[in-house]
Write a protein that binds this ligand. Structure first.
Ligand SMILES: Cc1ncc(COP(=O)(O)O)c(C=O)c1O
Length: 393
């Protein structure tokens, strides 16, 4: 635990390693050779020792996902800009940059502040309309410390940014955001894109950089091609075309993007998890919520010590996958209780037993927690502060 514990490391017993290793399918005998971190109180830390509910991140899977995505983008011939909103952990962002990402993308200014403060010094993109004086002042401050790019889809937003940056003596690069079918933000046509780009290019302290869209779908191709042609005709710069979405890296290349933003892959694997096509899989999903059985009220129901405030509020497809008992179904959540149907499981659960759950939405889950344990083969190597959690402004 580099962050909290000064230089205290000791070897742990083979039995403790094996017990801890059983929680992770990737764990094995090698665990007995590793050294574990030790708490301030001198206790050896394996996953077995952490209080619950606790987020743990399997470093072997995390590294596999990070390197795998880098390779996917390399093979597709497109740059990777990692979206850190998935994890909000500076240490993971550093790992992604070391693996070859060209920069980071933050959904919110607050996340960008945290990352820059943690020493991220590459390109930082906020693909979000930044509106209102408090944020503009912060953006100007940040732009003096890092190379910032922001996205805009209206003149009023672009003007607000330009005016504040001029006052404060800072500048940012700008993408015009295209709504190519995502129906969220973005200008509605290539003509609207070139009109806005023309205005941006004349505003002080803004450097027009290109366009961005999300998600990268085939339907976007014609929109992007027409936009590029109109930019060129108008003599406007279009150095970068940025697409996004885990699993759509090659698609981004196909529709004409030069850079791709992926986020969820870091925890979920190289394609988004989904109930039918790609269900949660211990080999590709890096996070686990370690929970304790706190009640076994009936033979077919157990209760774990994590509910909506530990996982997420409502189910998208389900709440999570219990690694040790895949047939157990987390069917409901109170605020602090998880309700599990164990009628299809022959195992007899007891109070105090620990379960490792792959949360259905790993990004939302980690945002509920202050810390995450970085674990390899059942042993804790580090404790990471989820520094960007709650930074929604
Ligand atoms: C603007 C933008 N870019 C990129 C991403 C990354 O998508 P994913 O998490 O599927 O990789 C998102 C996700 O919401 C996004 O909103």
């Amino acid at each position: 635990m580099k962050n909290f514990i000064p230089n205290l490391r000791r070897r742990i017993s083979r039995r403790a390693c094996l017990r801890a290793a059983s929680l992770f399918p990737t764990a094995g005998l090698a665990a007995s050779r590793a050294s574990a971190t030790v708490t301030r109180e001198g206790n050896v830390h394996t996953i077995d020792d952490v209080d619950t509910p606790a987020v743990v991140i399997d470093l072997d899977v995390l590294e596999k996902n990070i390197n795998g995505m880098q390779q996917v983008c390399h093979d597709a011939g497109i740059d990777l800009m990692v979206h850190i909103k998935t994890h909000k952990v500076p240490q993971i962002a550093h790992m992604q940059l070391r693996a070859g990402a060209v920069g980071i993308c933050c959904q919110k200014l607050g996340e960008a502040e945290v990352m820059v403060a943690a020493g991220i010094d590459g390109d930082v993109l906020i693909p979000y309309n930044i509106v209102g004086r408090p944020k503009l002042v912060r953006l100007a401050r940040l732009a003096k410390r890092a190379r910032m790019t922001v996205a805009v889809d209206s003149e009023i937003t672009a003007k607000g940014i330009s005016e504040q940056l001029r006052k404060d003596g800072a500048s940012v690069r700008v993408f015009v955001e295209l709504d190519t079918g995502g129906k969220r933000t973005g200008v509605q046509s290539p003509q609207a894109a070139v009109e806005l780009a023309g205005k941006v290019s004349k505003l002080p302290n803004l450097e027009l950089r290109g366009v961005m869209t999300y998600p990268s779908r085939l339907e976007a191709k014609a929109f992007i091609e027409e936009t590029v042609a109109l930019f060129r005709k108008a003599g406007l710069p279009i150095e970068e075309i940025s697409g996004g979405g885990t699993g759509a890296e090659a698609r981004s290349k196909e529709i004409g993007c030069t850079v791709h933003r992926s986020g969820s892959y870091v925890f979920e694997g190289l394609k988004r998890i989904s109930a039918s096509r790609n269900p949660p899989n211990p080999d590709t999903c890096a996070t686990r919520m370690i929970a304790t059985v706190v009640s076994t009220p009936t033979p077919d129901r157990i209760i774990i010590d994590g509910g909506q405030k530990t996982f997420q509020r409502g189910p998208r497809r389900g709440y999570g996958h219990i690694v040790e008992h895949p047939d157990a179904v987390i069917y409901g959540m109170s605020v602090e209780h998880g309700h599990v149907d164990v009628s299809a499981v022959s195992h007899k659960f007891r109070v105090g037993e620990r379960l490792s759950v792959i949360p259905d939405h790993q990004g939302i889950t980690i945002n509920h927690h202050d810390e995450a344990y970085a674990v390899r083969k059942g042993l804790i190597e580090d404790v990471w502060k989820v520094a960007g959690r709650g930074r929604v402004q």
